[in-house]
Design a protein around this ligand. Structure first.
Ligand SMILES: [Zn+2]
Ligand SMILES: [Zn+2]
Length: 110
């Protein structure tokens, strides 16, 4: 099984064709909406004011591993372990998980 512990290994994963393809699938599945904002009942964008294309530019979306890649490499390409969230929520997610580490997490933005 592949491991994704080092930066290099992660980088390789996020550069892979498999990931890029799946990432688009997940965004589509989630209607290009932040699932976290949705859970909180927030509307991330004003759908009446912005066109589809503008809307997508307005919020930057990332496809996030619910169970971290590093600890659950077997779920790297598992659709159930992936969800679309906005950059704001993503930072919060990882801010919480990575509070003890000082590195800023941005792998999934690639
Ligand atoms: Zn969000
Ligand atoms: Zn993430």
């Amino acid at each position: 099984m592949s491991e994704y512990k080092t930066r290099h290994q992660k980088r390789k994963f996020y550069d892979s064709g498999d990931w890029k393809q799946l990432r688009e699938l997940i965004k589509k599945r989630d209607n290009y909406e932040c699932q976290e904002c949705k859970r909180q009942g927030k509307v991330a964008i004003d759908t009446y004011e912005y066109s589809e294309s503008a809307k997508r530019k307005k919020i930057q979306l990332v496809v996030h591993h619910i169970k971290e890649l590093e600890h659950h490499p077997e779920l790297a390409l598992d659709e159930d372990n992936l969800e679309t969230i906005c950059v704001d929520c993503h930072n919060k997610e990882h801010g919480r998980d990575f509070r003890k580490k000082e590195t800023k997490w941005n792998d999934e933005r690639w």
